[in-house]
Each structure stands twice: as structure tokens, then as C-alpha cells.
Design a protein around this ligand. Structure first.
Ligand code: SF4
Ligand code: SF4
Length: 555
């Protein structure tokens, strides 16, 4: 793991638009993504053009006709994607987005302003696709596509986490994340792919999950979870893996199988699934083939996104389930909410079709009748978010919770960009938290909900070599956490996103804020009373971290 920088210096500069056209030549250490290795992009499963060459930014080893290939890819994008074409033309440089990007705030680099970032490719668009740019060149804000410009495009395309915060503030709704997404695809056409992302895509296309876990490893991890839960609850619990005929397929981000603090969320899922089966007969299975709900392909290109999400519907159909529940992953929900059913055919099995004709849980488990999925924010595509699901169980009084089991925690909640801005799931996680714990405080309003700040490591930027950028980009979020830490004594930052859970422990240490990190499902697992097993609220002695539960004063 790359060391976090000792000190961050932020210099704000506002160059002229003319100056912005000159490509930067000096790439800051800690902000440049490594380029992919040949075996990643040229794997049997994930083939990308010109993937068989080892390259770095000093020597791109571009194909001879690289300019033609890049501009052809741009022409194709302009013709097929109306939004991209509109975004190239309508920016009025009002600057409303300028200070809304966490990377601009943290680096002070004007090319990290959303408008500055989009101008990098817009200037090329003007030169080759507009009459004014062709005739007047620089005077019309146009520039030649040179190798230096190409390097600069790569450098800044991977200093954007695709978080879409800027688009919330743009009066024209310009989505810089979408511009960058298409730009990354153009770069990949000439062989420029980011290493961290392609490692994950290759692993997921080969094994079904980003971490490359094999079925035995996943199975062993889940079994380990059940053993830990036996120590904590005293009950023999079980689960299903690859079970044909189960009601539901559950898909987690792969970090939940072994990383910390993700692991405690995994224990929370297992407790909930056991209670639901024992009490209502609802059966939920995991899959070793579709063991990953996240999709790093959605940070790279249409083709990669489609490739990775294809396995999920196929597995749902093979197992004959009625719907899918997705776990605590952020970008899983951009992928499922925006893309999945436009890229792949939904499952065709009878159980699926029957359930979605009348999506009432009572059709699968009589005791759960009345919980209808057609009123959900998620669910449109057969996918239910775990926190929306739990919110409904609480609202309909289908599970029993004891808030006091979380009294050791004073929590705040981070809205992952793709869940809050991407799909509008904003109130349900808060509803769950207020019902499973006594101490919950939101961060300041301009930093949460649809205006949430990125964790600084999304969109493929969790790479070790980007530590400087990550610690800079996370600064606005950390300042908001520090605020609630000082004001309310917050001691845990909860987030339903695996990338956040990996990034925040480093960030909190770097920014010297003594706060732990966890997920809402850990709090649900702590509070959940296993009534079907005869558990009483006062029976549980330890939380999911194995710590003794807080006792009343004097005890
Ligand atoms: S807010 Fe929108 S129109 Fe204004 S500079 Fe930014 S992208 Fe352009
Ligand atoms: S999408 Fe996010 S990271 Fe990218 S430019 Fe906009 S605010 Fe910055």
C-alpha cells in the first residue's frame, strides 16, 4: 500500500481559457493511474484493442493510426449518444460547477474543475467536428489532438470519480461523469486503459467477482461467518449457496466476503436471512458464479459494463429465483438502475415472470404479504436494495429490533454517490438507522443526500498509486465528519458502499479523525432479535465485532 502524503499543499490558480488549451507536461506523483498490463486487457475473457503491449506514460507505444482510431471512436460516440453531443455543445462556461468537484477543491488544479475537465475533450471536438473550430482553431477554443493532449486526457479522465456531483449544480444538467465515461472508452480504443480497473474487470469476467475469489474461497468465508455468529448468538445458523429453487438471489460486493469493516455487514446479512427463513419461509441463496454485484466495467466502457452484468440475470434464471437483492455496494446501483435491463435481457424463468406480475412478497411467503415492490425506488429491474428491503420489513413490523444493542455507537451516515444521486435512495437508509439505533446524526445538509461528497476513491480511483489524489479528494467529506465528531461525539461513519469502506479508514487516519467505519447492515445485525430462534432482546451479550454490548450505568 502506497503511503499517504505527509502534507497537502493546495494552490488555487485560475488560468485563462487560452492557457487551458496547453496540455500539462508535468504529471503530479500520486495522481497518475498506472496503465494496464498486457495480460489484463488481452485476457481470454476481456479483450480490448491493442491490449498486448506494455506501455507507460513516457512511452505510450500507440498504434500507427491512433489519431484516426480515436477520432473515429469520437465520431461514433457523437452519432450514437445524443447526450454526449449535447454536452459538447451547450456549456456556457458559467462556472457554477467549478468549485463543486472534490478533486478541484483538494488539488486546486483548474483542469480538475468539472468545466475544465470537460473542456479537455470539448476542445478536441471543436477542432475536428465544428466549422468554427476547423477554421479559427485556438480562437474558437479548439486544439489539435497530439500525443501530449492524449496523455493529458488520460491523466484527467482518471482524476474523475464519475460521482456526478457537478451535474446537480449545472443549470443545463451537463453530466461531466458521462463525458468522462465516453472519453475513457475512446482512450481504451487506442490501448490506454487504467490498470486498477482492468485488473478488477478481468478478474470478474473470469471468476464472477472483482477479487478473483474461487468458489471454495467464497464458500469458506460464508461458513466462517456462520461459525462466528454461533459464538455471538449461540445458534446454529445456515445459508444457501447456488441453491436452485430459492426465492431470492442475494448479491454482495466481493469485499464483504473478507475485508474489514465489510465483514460485519456480511454477518448482518446472514442473521437477517436466517430470521426470514425460520420465521416466514423465505429462502435466499448466494451464488459463486454471480458473487459480485459491483461492476468495474461501468467505470470503463459500455462493452465492459455489459459483459460483467450479463452473468447476474443469467444466474437468476438458472437458479429459478423470483428477484434479486443487492447488498452494500455503491456503484452496483448505478449499473443496475441505469444499465442492466438495457444491456441484457431480464430472466425468463416462470418464477421471475409470475412474481413481477404481482410483486407482493406474500406471493412467496404468506407472512410477508403487504410488502409490495412496485412502490420501491429500487425494484424496477428485478433488483431490490437491501436497505429498502429492510426499511419495508421494519415499517410492516415483520422483524423485531432492539435499538439499545447499538448504544455503544454514535453514528453518522455517508450517502454513496451512486445510491443517493444515482438512484434516489436517500430516506430509506436513514429510516433504517433511526429504527435500529438511538444515536444517529446527519452531517451538514450541503454535504449529504443528492449533494453528497464523493469518498474520493470511486469510479476506479481506489488504486494505491493515487493515494495523494484520494486524500485530497476526500477532504470535503472528512471536514463534514469532523464537524459531527466535534458537535455530537460521533464515533462511527456508516456507509453502504464497499469502496467507501475501503477508503474511509485511510482517510480518517490521514485527517486525524478518531471515528470508526461500518455499514448499516452491521447495525441491523446487532439490533435484530432472532425471534424465530427464541432469542430475547436481553440475550445478546456481544456485538458483531465481538465486543461486549454497552451496559446500563452502574451495572
Ligand atoms: S455549470 Fe454547466 S454550463 Fe456552467 S460551466 Fe459547468 S458544465 Fe458548463
Ligand atoms: S463527476 Fe465528480 S469527480 Fe467528475 S468532475 Fe464531476 S464532481 Fe468531479
Amino acid at each position: 500500500m502506497e503511503e499517504a502524503p505527509e502534507r497537502l499543499e493546495i494552490r488555487q490558480r485560475f488560468p485563462s481559457w487560452r492557457e487551458m488549451l496547453k496540455p500539462v507536461k508535468k504529471f503530479e506523483e500520486g495522481r497518475v493511474s498506472y496503465l494496464s498490463l498486457p495480460k489484463q486487457v488481452n485476457s481470454e475473457f476481456f479483450k480490448m484493442p491493442f491490449g498486448d503491449v506494455e506501455r507507460d506514460l513516457d512511452d505510450l507505444k500507440l498504434p500507427e493510426n491512433w489519431k484516426e482510431i480515436f477520432l473515429d471512436a469520437m465520431k461514433d460516440t457523437l452519432e450514437k449518444n445524443r447526450a454526449f453531443k449535447v454536452f459538447m455543445d451547450i456549456c456556457v462556461r458559467c462556472g457554477a460547477c467549478a468549485d463543486k468537484c472534490h478533486y478541484y477543491i483538494g488539488t486546486g488544479d483548474p483542469k480538475n474543475m468539472p468545466v475544465g475537465r470537460a473542456e479537455l475533450i470539448r476542445s478536441v471536438y471543436r477542432r475536428y467536428f465544428t466549422p468554427a473550430g476547423k477554421i479559427f482553431g485556438e480562437l474558437a477554443g479548439a486544439r489539435e489532438l497530439t500525443e501530449d493532449v492524449l496523455k493529458e486526457l488520460y491523466y484527467y479522465a482518471y482524476q474523475c470519480s464519475l460521482c456526478r456531483r457537478c451535474s446537480v449544480f449545472c443549470p443545463y444538467g451537463i453530466d461531466t461523469a458521462e463525458i468522462v465515461w465516453w472519453l475513457r472508452r475512446m482512450l481504451s480504443r487506442v490501448g490506454l486503459n487504467q490498470r486498477f480497473m482492468t485488473i478488477s474487470i478481468e478478474a470478474s469476467s473470469r471468476t464472477g467477482n472483482h477479487l478473483g475469489l474461487l468458489p471454495g474461497g467464497m464458500y469458506g468465508s460464508i461458513q466462517q461467518g456462520l461459525e462466528e455468529l454461533k459464538d455471538i448468538t449461540g445458534f446454529d445458523l445456515h445459508t444457501y449457496i447456488n441453491k436452485k429453487g430459492a426465492d431470492v438471489l442475494f448479491v454482495a460486493p466481493s469485499a464483504d466476503y473478507f475485508a474489514t469493516p465489510h465483514w460485519y455487514v456480511m454477518l448482518g446479512y446472514l442473521l437477517l436471512f436466517n430470521e426470514l427463513e425460520e420465521r416466514y419461509g423465505l429462502t435466499i441463496t448466494w451464488s459463486t458464479y454471480a458473487g459480485e454485484g459491483g461492476n468495474f466495467g461501468s467505470f470503463h466502457s459500455y462493452e465492459a459494463a455489459q459483459l460483467l452484468n450479463s452473468k447476474l440475470y443469467k444466474e437468476a434464471e438458472r437458479l429459478g429465483v423470483s428477484f434479486i437483492i443487492g447488498g452494500e455496494c455503491g456503484h452496483m446501483w448505478r449499473d443496475k438502475h441505469q444499465f442492466i435491463n438495457t444491456m441484457n435481457q431480464p430472466p425468463k424463468n416462470e418464477e421471475w415472470k409470475r412474481f413481477w406480475e404481482n410483486p407482493d412478497l406474500g406471493e412467496l411467503a404468506e407472512g410477508l404479504r403487504g410488502i409490495r415492490f412496485d412502490s420501491y425506488a429500487s425494484g424496477e429491474h428485478g433488483w431490490i436494495h437491501i436497505l429498502e428491503f429492510v426499511a419495508a420489513l421494519i415499517e410492516h413490523k415483520k422483524i423485531k429490533v432492539d435499538k439499545s444493542r447499538n448504544d455503544q455507537w454514535i453514528a453518522t451516515y455517508h450517502d454513496p454517490c451512486n445510491i443517493a444521486r444515482g438512484m434516489g435512495l436517500i430516506e430509506e437508509p436513514r429510516y433504517v438507522l433511526r429504527n435500529v439505533m438511538n444515536n444517529f446524526y446527519d452531517m451538514p445538509e450541503h454535504t449529504i443526500k443528492d449533494k453528497t461528497y464523493c469518498c474520493g476513491a470511486g469510479g476506479g480511483l481506489l488504486a494505491d498509486e493515487l493515494m495523494d489524489l484520494r486524500m485530497r479528494g476526500v477532504m470535503p467529506r472528512m471536514m463534514a465528519v469532523r464537524h459531527v465528531y466535534k458537535k455530537y461525539g460521533v464515533n462511527i461513519l456508516l456507509t453502504p458502499c464497499a469502496i467507501d469502506k475501503a477508503q474511509f479508514p485511510h482517510a480518517l487516519e490521514y485527517w486525524k479523525i478518531p471515528v470508526e467505519v461500518g455499514g448499516p447492515m452491521e447495525m441491523v445485525g446487532n439490533a435484530l432479535v432472532l425471534t424465530a430462534f427464541g432469542e430475547k432482546p436481553e440475550d445478546r451479550q456481544y456485538d458483531l465485532r465481538g465486543e461486549p454490548l454497552k451496559k446500563e450505568e452502574g451495572e
